[in-house]
Write a protein that binds this ligand. Structure first.
Ligand code: GLA
Length: 412
């Protein structure tokens, strides 16, 4: 989708004034993210290492003057009205986004209304008064940079502040994830909402998704290494169905091994369930490969956090490449376009490592690179990528340098 050059703050504010004929009472922001390593581990109670990035979603908000809730997405030029935040339901087969307080599962409105509905359950004034809000974002939509979590967390931050309820960031993340499950119909883990709510400038967060403990891990100084995002501009349609299938396969593997989650699996335990050993009671070939990815990815994530702390960027890069190979071969969530981006980046001197980031089947790859190598990626990747994949004329890979930023907040 085309993105205006105007900052999202200006667009959200202008859209609010245009639609609701006054200035917003307050503004809130929440970032997108890239995950440095630890992919598909969050819903297996494992470890992830994301950063919040400098692309963000802005929500401008005020109380409604009529008790009807009105929401407007400036980037989509689309609006919706809801008369009762307490009786909202999501339904998959609606012909339109909103129909009589029901919202179509997975529509942009469903992300917003899921959050408002959850908040209205704990903030009676929200349910009674309704809100007017406008949204604009600089997080590319559907690119695996978590535009949806940044939308949910921005709406939650804005509406909670307006309603005067203070929600601890972990609870806010959980409330948003629940909205994504029930309204958007995506059975995601906690990583995206967690980092959108709790990101820290210049640091990655090593999150233990079982205990929800988070440790700060300092990023290298920008003179030494930066994170480069390479957006493939493709999104393969099987993404959401495959995501749910991966979750189910992981659960099935746990049942076979008699453990609660794959977090509890070790290489030794896995070796007892190798498909060719177990004539009965073993894992299927697919279950084994999926479980091997989770077990090895958890180990890589902890090792990468330690290497980052020790300034061993070659080691971080090696682990990123190994993570990509495991996602490609064992977990099978990569695609040719992401493999190309990783391959092209890894050949450039000064690139420590590269991998796909997020759910996969399109979206973005990232590289950790020296500043000089990063500039080269920005300049050279689009043409090199186009030479290998037939892309529509206006869809060159989008390559940009990013850095670790803070999580959601109300703007002064
Ligand atoms: C998506 C989900 C996250 C996580 C990643 C894969 O981004 O929203 O919860 O599972 O995929 O690591």
């Amino acid at each position: 989708m085309p993105f205006s050059d105007q900052p999202p703050l200006d667009r959200a504010t202008a859209a609010f004034s245009a639609h609701f004929a006054r200035d917003p009472r307050l503004l809130a922001a929440a970032p997108g993210r890239v995950n440095l390593i630890g992919e598909h581990t969050d819903y297996n109670d494992g470890f992830v290492l994301p950063i919040a990035i400098d692309r963000r979603t802005i929500v401008a908000i005020d109380w409604s003057r009529t008790a009807t809730t009105r929401i407007h997405a400036a980037d989509l030029n689309s609006s919706a009205e809801l008369t009762d935040l307490k009786s909202l339901r999501a339904a998959p087969d609606l012909a339109q986004d909103v129909d009589n307080n029901r919202v179509r599962t997975g529509s942009w409105v469903s992300y917003v209304t899921g959050v408002l509905s959850n908040l209205a359950a704990i903030a009676p004034n929200l349910a009674a008064r309704g809100v007017e809000l406008s949204i604009a974002t600089s997080v590319p939509l559907g690119s695996g940079l978590s535009s949806s979590a940044s939308l949910e967390v921005a709406v939650a931050t804005a509406a909670a502040a307006l309603a005067g309820v203070s929600i601890p960031p972990r609870d806010l993340a959980a409330l948003c994830r629940d909205a994504e499950h029930r309204f958007a119909g995506v059975p995601c883990g906690i990583m995206d909402q967690f980092i959108a709510a709790m990101g820290q400038p210049d640091h990655a967060l090593l999150i233990d998704c079982r205990t929800q403990a988070a440790e700060l891990v300092a990023m290298p100084g920008p003179d030494r290494a930066v994170v480069v995002v390479m957006d493939s501009r493709v999104k393969h349609s099987l993404a959401s169905g495959e995501y749910a299938q991966r979750r189910d396969t992981c659960r099935a593997a746990c049942r076979v091994m008699g453990i609660e989650s794959l977090r509890d699996a070790t290489p030794e335990l896995l070796s007892r369930y190798t498909p060719d050993v177990g004539s009965s009671g073993g894992l299927s070939t697919i279950e084994f490969a999926r479980a091997r990815h989770i077990v090895s990815e958890n180990a890589r994530t902890l090792a990468a956090a330690a290497a980052l702390r020790a300034g061993k960027l070659d080691e971080v890069g090696r682990l990123m490449l190994a993570s990509h190979a495991s996602l490609r071969d064992d977990y099978q969530v990569s695609c040719p376009e992401l493999d190309t981006l990783v391959d092209l980046a890894a050949r450039v001197p000064g690139v420590f490592g590269a991998r796909m980031t997020g759910g996969g089947f399109g979206g973005c790859a990232i590289a950790l690179a020296t500043p000089a190598a990063a500039d080269r990626l920005v300049r050279e990747i689009p043409a090199a990528y186009r030479a290998r994949h037939a892309l529509p004329a206006n869809l060159d890979a989008r390559v940009f340098i990013t850095s670790a930023q803070s999580g959601a907040g109300v703007l002064a």
